[in-house]
Design a protein around this ligand. Structure first.
Ligand SMILES: [Zn+2]
Length: 189
């Protein structure tokens, strides 16, 4: 698991989708399977991570846009109390350093595709940081029990450091429109 605490560049919001040529036909059954899984939520690693987080008593949003970021950039797990945005990255699409092998066929198209994904990831991470979220990347190959424990540790660390969710305006709460939030109402603590 990687908590992306480093500072990024200064191209926030500068990412634009790259116009790729149409995808070539899948060159092998393995590639076809990967293509079919792309973009789906509730993949096996996401489900495994969520199960482990639940087992640790954590509460979180699933497949949500963290407040202050683009509605089109969803994080797989969003822990509001500590402003953690967890991104479960597939080893193929995000080019995991352990397992990634570039497809041999249609190399040029894949090169563009991967560059586009990398640029988008960097932009998402910057957007999250700019809005006060900590982006956390979990690779699909990781042990999710360990990853969940690390996320819980980060959650506690940030909670005790005073990273609080943005409160609704005080006057609304005082007027009785919204319930007051009690500290520790969200997530394990
Ligand atoms: Zn991997």
């Amino acid at each position: 698991m990687i908590a992306l605490t480093h500072e990024g560049g200064s191209t926030l919001g500068g990412w634009r989708p790259v116009a790729l040529p149409p995808a070539p036909p899948a060159s092998s059954p393995a590639v076809r399977q990967v293509l079919q899984r792309n973009g789906r939520r509730d993949t096996a690693p996401e489900l495994a991570l969520r199960r482990e987080l639940h087992a640790l008593g954590m509460r979180f949003l699933v497949d949500a846009s963290p407040a202050g970021t683009s509605k089109r950039r969803r994080s797989d797990v969003v822990v509001r109390g500590s402003r953690l945005a967890v991104l479960v990255h597939g080893c193929f699409w995000h080019r995991c350093p352990v397992h990634f092998h570039a497809p041999k066929a249609n190399a040029e198209w894949w090169g563009l595709k991967f560059a586009s994904i990398t640029a988008r990831d960097a932009d998402t991470e910057q957007m999250l940081r700019a809005a006060g979220w900590l982006p956390v990347v979990v690779w699909e190959h990781e042990d999710m029990v360990t990853a969940a424990r690390q996320i819980l540790a980060l959650h506690r660390e940030r909670r005790s450091a005073g990273t609080e969710p943005r409160e609704p305006p005080g006057e609304l709460r005082a007027a009785g429109w919204l319930p007051a939030r009690s500290p520790g109402a969200e997530g394990a603590g």
